[in-house]
Design a protein around this ligand. Structure first.
Ligand code: ADP
Length: 269
């Protein structure tokens, strides 16, 4: 389309002087739009063949007893890798949806204790025999106005990361509290921690503090980018504190405007 997009910057200098800078960012904006469309289309197109491949692999592995031994291992590897690709495609689609959808649409009261307990059960399954201790502190009526699935996905990413990057039997604390600044959700672990030099870049797509270790955890490298975008949609922001070898703390700060009353009639279960 032939829309012109201009960016205005006013700089004050001296007592009464102002400098108005007008920049034509049409090309930049169109390129960014093309990138978003491209990612959304490619992810969408990859999903169908992937689903078919995964279906066939599942059928083959369901009949593992009649397959030669040496095939089984190869098929299991293929299944593992196609699961990884499926996660990647889902994360890319979610990210492009977050970037393009309307900020204020579909806000619903979310009952936090319920959503956090569900995610923690899944995190315990992920932890398996590594037996992390996961503790939740959240007042019973805590409710916020938000997007159910998006918040679920952002909070899961934070809690699952704590499980992934904390050695066996580590401690993970999930805490929600409210004060005059709004609502705050912290996810704290005593895991491997992050070198401070990486912290400013962690929410970039595919940025990893320690690529070799992260690849082994099976993550997509998009988790914290998703968290960032979900928080932007809720006018919230992420604070990251970490010390290498000691542990990390990720805190989501939500504004008072989206904290809902205790007895909200329409809770998302
Ligand atoms: P990934 O799929 O690699 O986990 P994320 O975007 O979720 O991608 O996280 C980006 C990087 O941040 C990770 O690769 C890891 O290096 C670091 N990280 C995230 N959470 C933690 C944590 N709780 N403890 C230590 N490092 C973490």
């Amino acid at each position: 389309n032939d829309q012109l997009i201009l960016q205005f910057n006013i700089t004050l200098f001296g007592r009464n002087d102002r400098l108005l800078l007008v920049r034509d960012i049409t090309r930049l904006h169109n390129l960014e739009q093309m990138r978003k469309d491209f990612v959304a289309n490619v992810s969408h197109e990859l999903r169908t063949p992937l689903t078919v491949i995964r279906g066939y692999l599942e059928t083959l592995l369901d009949n593992a007893d009649i397959l030669p031994e040496r095939w089984i291992r190869a098929l299991q590897q293929m299944q593992q890798q196609s699961d990884r690709m499926e996660n990647l495609v889902s994360d890319l689609l979610l990210l492009s949806r977050l970037e393009t959808s309307d900020r204020q649409a579909d806000l619903k009261p979310i009952y936090l204790q319920k959503i956090l307990s569900n995610i923690i059960s899944d995190a315990k399954a992920l932890s398996g025999d590594r037996c992390h201790h996961i503790q939740l502190v959240c007042p019973e009526g805590a409710t916020l106005l938000g997007h159910d699935r998006e918040l679920h996905s952002a909070i899961s990413n934070l809690i699952f990361n704590s499980v992934k990057y904390t050695p066996a039997a580590g401690q993970i604390n999930v805490h929600w509290w409210e004060d005059e600044d709004g609502g705050h959700l912290s996810v704290m672990d005593d895991g491997i921690g992050i070198d401070p030099k990486h912290i400013p870049r962690l929410t970039e797509r595919f940025y990893r503090a320690d690529p070799s270790r992260s690849i082994n955890t099976g993550g997509t490298g998009l988790g914290l980018a998703i968290v960032k975008h979900v928080l932007i949609r809720h006018n919230a922001h992420l604070e990251i504190q970490s010390e290498l070898g000691k542990g990390s703390c990720f805190i989501c700060h939500f504004p008072p405007t989206i904290i809902a009353s205790e007895n909200s009639p329409e809770l998302v279960e």
